[in-house]
Write a protein that binds this ligand. Sequence first.
Ligand SMILES: NC(=O)c1ccc[n+]([C@@H]2O[C@H](COP(=O)([O-])OP(=O)(O)OC[C@H]3O[C@@H](n4cnc5c(N)ncnc54)[C@H](OP(=O)(O)O)[C@@H]3O)[C@@H](O)[C@H]2O)c1
Length: 234
Amino acid sequence: MSRSVLVTGGNRGIGLAIAHAFAEAGDKVAITYRSGEPPAGFLAVKCDITDSEQVEQAYKEIEEKHGAVEVLVANAGVTRDQLLLRMSEEDFTSVVETNLTGTFRVVKRASKGMLRARKGRVVLISSVVGLMGSPGQANYAASKAGLVGFARSLARELGSRNITVNVVAPGFVDTDMTRVLTDEQRAGIVGNVPLGRYAQPEEIAASVRFLASEDAAYITGAVIPVDGGMGMGH
Ligand SMILES: NC(=O)c1ccc[n+]([C@@H]2O[C@H](COP(=O)([O-])OP(=O)(O)OC[C@H]3O[C@@H](n4cnc5c(N)ncnc54)[C@H](OP(=O)(O)O)[C@@H]3O)[C@@H](O)[C@H]2O)c1
């Protein structure tokens, strides 16, 4: 198996673990990064997903070097937590712009090649928070819940072309995004996780790789929780 795989935000955290999982399986993996030195071992393309022109340039580079993207993992995302009354319009729109509209941009561009090839795999990284809600994260939860409706619409739209579109909804994962939480906040979160711990990024990556594999050929429009049981019932 040597497919052309793109992982947005694959330079660190969950995205980097996903990039490693595909590379270990023998795929050609491209990752996006915005600044600094990207990790070695991948085709690193500079791309801010809030900028359509950068998205287009990134795809052109990947297509030249690896061929059209056959597996897209839309992982890039941000938080900007604030209680509603203190949340500025910019806090809200910037998170939606990256997490939801940015995902729209990269999926739309990938779908061109997938439609032509009459096959493709798209995996979106949402969050348990998009399903359960979370105080102080109305912007983030709205963007992550939006990904579910987006994915399910595309699953219906693209299914006849053998393109699957699924969502992985991680719980709390040990990355830079959650390292900013205080010990007290972390303890509170872990108290609500039946498995009693955070996930490691590799545990999210394993589900993503499965959804992109032959074994998952008949799964589309699904939301797979990888959350230690935290979001059960949502
Ligand atoms: N950690 C968790 O507990 C958790 C739980 C559920 C869901 N998630 C989701 O999983 C995904 C990865 O999270 P993480 O924990 O690995 O976060 P992270 O360590 O903060 O990494 C975020 C990644 O997204 C990239 N990114 C952010 N804005 C971008 C933009 N405008 N254009 C391109 N790339 C951008 C970052 O690139 P730079 O390096 O350039 O900043 C980085 O690679 C996110 O969608 C997040 O919402 C995380």
